[in-house]
Ligand binder design. Structure first.
Ligand SMILES: Cc1cc2nc3c(=O)[nH]c(=O)nc-3n(C[C@H](O)[C@H](O)[C@H](O)COP(=O)(O)OP(=O)(O)OC[C@H]3O[C@@H](n4cnc5c(N)ncnc54)[C@H](O)[C@@H]3O)c2cc1C
Length: 260
């Protein structure tokens, strides 16, 4: 199987996240950057499919220069090669531009069978890239999966919702997105870390992909952040000591807040 995994470098959830004053984009420099955990799971799923069916795993990341760290992590887990789309023109790209660029980058991987993405990135949280990609590439999409199997030329999956579990399938090539229930990602081994240093990483610009720089970045975005302010500090909570009527005092408080 020829599998592509979309991996995004995001600010670590433990770092303080803030927006830049200049253009209200995410201040990536001030936060520790990591491979998004949902994308570690996407890589893991690709590696499990490769172990079951043979083949090759290519990771694709669109992001600034330091995104190479996220790419190396995916390679040290066991992915075979990578494509890094890096270009200053991409700064501030919206979901549509991001999907356009990723679609072109996927197109550089000859004969791919399956594209695996996370269901939602932990920074942008659009949860839309897999669906937009499917539209652009004209491929079936099987999204929000907690289980993925491939049988012949069919990909099958389970999507868990509040109403129950849906069993879905599509013909390959297809795009799937996975949720945090899909698996537990492996830790890179020392051997894997050393091997990753020698694995091929192709770096491409928007021009290399034939994308017009005017269609991407802040200038090409269909929406923009006009104003942003930090959330107010948390106020002190109200302590209720239970002297036999704690339950009703909490209920009174919740009624007062119009929460019940
Ligand atoms: C501070 C800030 C400001 C923003 N301002 C705007 C704005 O003004 N207008 C606007 O339209 N959007 C804005 N966005 C959204 C931003 O453009 C999105 O983060 C980006 O386009 C991708 O969306 P997402 O990561 O939420 O994708 P999702 O759809 O949540 O991601 C799902 C999956 O797609 C894949 N994926 C997503 N991005 C990449 C990538 N770069 N490389 C490889 N794989 C990827 C991963 O597998 C990921 O798990 C802003 C985001 C932030 C953080």
């Amino acid at each position: 199987m020829n599998i592509v995994v979309l991996v995004k470098q995001v600010p670590d959830t433990w770092s303080e996240r803030k927006l830049t004053d200049a253009d209200h984009t995410l201040d990536r420099e001030s936060a520790d950057a990591v491979l998004d955990e949902i994308n570690e799971r996407a890589v893991e799923e690709a590696l499990l499919l490769k172990e079951a069916h043979g083949g090759e795993v290519t990771v694709i990341a669109m992001g600034p220069g330091r995104a190479t760290d996220a790419i190396r992590k995916a390679l040290s887990m066991g992915a075979d090669k990578a494509v890094h789309v890096s270009d200053d023109a991409l700064h501030g790209s919206d979901v549509i531009a991001t999907a356009k660029v990723l679609a072109k980058a996927i197109g550089t991987v000859e004969g791919f069978d399956l594209v695996i993405a996370g269901n939602e990135a932990t920074d942008g949280r659009a949860g839309a890239i897999p669906a937009i990609l499917a539209e652009i590439l004209g491929l079936p999409q099987v999204t929000q999966l907690r289980k993925v199997t491939v049988e012949g030329t069919t990909v099958k999956g389970e999507r868990e919702t509040e109403e129950g579990v849906a069993h879905l399938e599509a013909s390959l090539p297809a795009i799937v997105s996975v949720t945090e229930k899909i698996n537990e990602p492996r830790y890179p081994s020392f051997k894997g870390i050393m091997a990753a240093k020698k694995k091929p990483v192709t770096t491409l610009t928007v021009a290399d992909l034939g994308v017009d720089a005017g269609e991407v970045g802040l200038g090409g975005a269909w929406s923009g952040v006009i104003e942003a302010s930090p959330k107010p500090p948390r106020s002190a909570g109200q302590r209720i000591d239970d002297e036999g009527v704690g339950g009703s005092k909490i209920a009174e408080y919740l009624v007062g807040q119009k929460l019940i």
